[in-house]
Design a protein around this ligand. Structure first.
Ligand SMILES: [Zn+2]
Length: 79
């Protein structure tokens, strides 16, 4: 039996719960927006080494705005 769960913060497939191991702290709580945003910018930068910082940040914002954990976050709504 397969599950169809994805992390509500970054979208990666997970086995259970709402968030993956990368998006939570040691207690299983979701990390704050700034922490996740910085980590996802880094991740995106590794995938697109030639892209400018502005492009990377815009792509990261638009990706995060599709995620249940972040889509109503004030850090994204006025971007
Ligand atoms: Zn995640």
């Amino acid at each position: 039996m397969t599950t169809d769960l994805n992390c509500e913060s970054c979208g990666m497939p997970i086995e259970s719960g709402h968030y993956c191991q990368y998006c939570t702290d040691g207690q299983g709580n979701l990390q704050d927006f700034d922490t996740r945003f910085a980590a996802m910018v880094d991740w995106q930068q590794r995938r697109s080494p030639g892209a400018s910082r502005e492009t990377i940040e815009a792509e990261t914002r638009s990706y995060m705005s599709t995620m249940p954990a972040w889509r109503n976050h004030p850090g994204l709504t006025n971007a």
